[in-house]
Design a protein around this ligand. Structure first.
Ligand code: 5GP
Ligand code: ZN
Length: 117
């Protein structure tokens, strides 16, 4: 994967994005169509198509995605119980998954309903 995958291309810097964090394992950038005042995507740098493709050896990588999200939530000033944020991974058509490269949504800065629509 790479040339055909929009998030692989963002990781590689071939498609511009507003990157907020990048390290050897993950890249985080602002969603192009934000659904809230804060809407950031955290993706593995390597191409993993979706959550069902995560193997046991990738568990540390997924943990790093979550830890990175929490750190970005703090940087965005959302890490209080009064503010808070939501972390979402969509899979499949019913969940509205659009991009087949694993990504974690960090959404916050407004009140959100539960359950989601
Ligand atoms: P999904 O519905 O697959 O969980 O979420 C895909 C997300 O990727 C959507 O929120 C969409 O706005 C975002 N997205 C799609 N293409 C691009 C892009 O080229 N750049 C950025 N920054 N976000 C994108
Ligand atoms: Zn990819």
């Amino acid at each position: 994967m790479g040339a055909d995958c929009v998030f692989c291309r963002i990781v590689a810097g071939e498609i511009p994005s507003k990157i907020v964090h990048q390290d050897d394992e993950v890249t985080a950038f602002h969603d192009i169509n934000p659904q809230a005042p804060v809407h950031i995507l955290i993706v593995p740098n390597e191409h993993i198509a979706d959550i069902t493709r995560v193997t046991a050896e990738k568990e540390p990588l997924v943990g790093h995605m979550l830890h990175t999200a929490a750190r970005i939530g703090a940087e965005q000033g959302l890490n209080t119980m009064k503010r808070g944020y939501r972390l979402v991974i969509n899979y499949g058509a019913n969940a509205g998954m659009q991009v087949p490269h694993l990504h974690l949504h960090l959404i916050g800065g407004r009140t959100m309903r539960w359950p989601p629509g």
